[in-house]
Design a protein around this ligand. Structure first.
Ligand SMILES: [Zn+2]
Length: 394
């Protein structure tokens, strides 16, 4: 009797257990189902909240792109527009997140797609459509895919308005690295001396690059020139205030350390004076020699009030044989001066070696230039490109 009861109880219990199990599974399925729907709704809200149009969100769902888009925290306006304009292609979905969108650019989606189709990455396509001129963009769209273009941008110091010059210079010099191509074009070496020179925009800048390709504006005159003390000058010499102060400090240091005298032998020259020197050189030595040893008005660092030719106590310009030479090469940077025209860098500086010519750039920069072992031309040419703000289309 008790055994029968026990069996009945056990059977009932077993049935109950099965029922619980079925109910449990059912509840789980319902929860999962609700979960899926809820997460779908949450994703929709999230994406719309980020800025995507309802139609775009629907498109993501249909094309199984929701997860990809949700995982990219930023709103990709380019992606939204491409879908809206019916220019979107699934296989480039990821690239769209690397593209910044600018309202000002015409045919944005179309050009982006053409570039992606050609093989450019989203990042490169974005740089092209946002920063290059319409002519340059058209050039790239018409030419074959060129993986060197990304290399040019990736140097970090390419100038958008020099794009075609990089391309042309690279074609003429396949032996050069991309870094050197961009550096040399930034210096101006792709153009003949004095021809097509760029006019310097900020001639008062301590880091101004003056060479045979970058011209000082005709009306520029530094507004903080001071006369150097007579004991460190050969004749009346002027430099910009900060440069003068540091030249004095440097002269004092070499005197104290080595009992050697240095003097400013030639410092600030105005445009007229520079022109006169050049013309005199042409008259006495001929045009060819003048172009090697003299500088046309507008192209001399002396016009900035930051360049100085240094002499010894007899007013003779410093040469490598003089004890001052070694000291200056080793120590001038501590006073903000850089050795401007090194012996084996004529091809870059455009100047024959001038063991006496130094240029003031400030202590911080002088140390960096000194440590880099670059010429000032190269150092300035490799300064990071400033803003990459999208430029308006013309
Ligand atoms: Zn000089």
């Amino acid at each position: 009797m008790s055994e029968m009861l026990e069996r009945a109880v056990r059977k009932k219990y077993k049935l109950k257990k099965q029922a619980y199990f079925i109910i449990g599974v059912f509840v789980l399925v319902v929860i999962l189902f609700i979960g899926v729907i809820a997460s779908g709704i949450v994703n929709t809200i999230r994406l719309e909240h980020r800025g995507y149009k309802a139609d775009t969100v629907h498109y993501f769902k249909e094309h199984k792109l929701t997860k990809l888009v949700v995982n990219n925290e930023e709103y990709a306006e380019a992606l939204d527009k491409a879908i809206f304009e019916d220019e979107f292609e699934d296989k480039y979905a990821k690239d769209y997140f690397d593209i910044s969108y600018s309202h000002a650019i015409k045919d944005f989606e179309k050009n982006v797609n053409l570039l992606l189709k050609k093989g450019y990455s989203g990042k490169t396509a974005s740089h092209i459509v946002n920063n290059l001129s319409k002519e340059d963009t058209d050039y790239i769209l018409e030419a074959k895919y060129d993986d060197g273009i990304a290399d040019i941008f990736n140097t970090g110091f390419s100038a958008n308005d020099k794009f075609l010059r990089y391309i042309n210079f690279r074609a003429a010099h396949p032996e050069l690295s991309t870094k050197n191509i961009v550096t040399y074009v930034n210096i101006g070496l792709d153009q003949a001396n004095y021809t097509d020179a760029a006019t310097i925009e900020a001639p008062a800048d301590l880091l101004v690059l003056v060479n045979k390709h970058n011209k000082i504006p005709d009306n520029y005159e530094p507004d903080d020139l001071v006369i150097l003390p007579v004991d460190i000058s050969a004749g009346e010499q002027m430099l910009r205030k900060d440069a003068a102060k540091h030249f004095e400090k440097m002269a004092k240091a070499i005197l104290e350390e080595k009992e050697l005298i240095i003097k400013a032998d030639s410092s600030y020259r105005d445009r007229n004076r520079q022109g006169t020197i050049y013309n005199q050189y042409v008259t006495s030595h001929g045009q060819e020699a003048a172009d090697i040893y003299a500088v046309m008005a507008g192209f001399s660092e002396h016009q900035t009030g930051l360049g100085v030719d240094i002499a010894n106590k007899f007013n003779d310009d410093i040469t490598p044989e003089m004890p001052q030479y070694d000291w200056l090469r080793k120590n001038a940077y501590k006073y903000g001066f850089v050795y401007r025209y090194p012996d084996d860098k004529q091809d870059i500086t455009g100047f024959n070696p001038e063991p006496w010519h130094y240029r003031y750039v400030g202590e911080k920069t002088a140390k960096k230039v000194h440590d880099s072992k670059l010429t000032l031309d190269e150092y300035i040419a490799q300064l990071p490109t400033k803003s990459e703000d999208p430029k308006p289309a013309d």
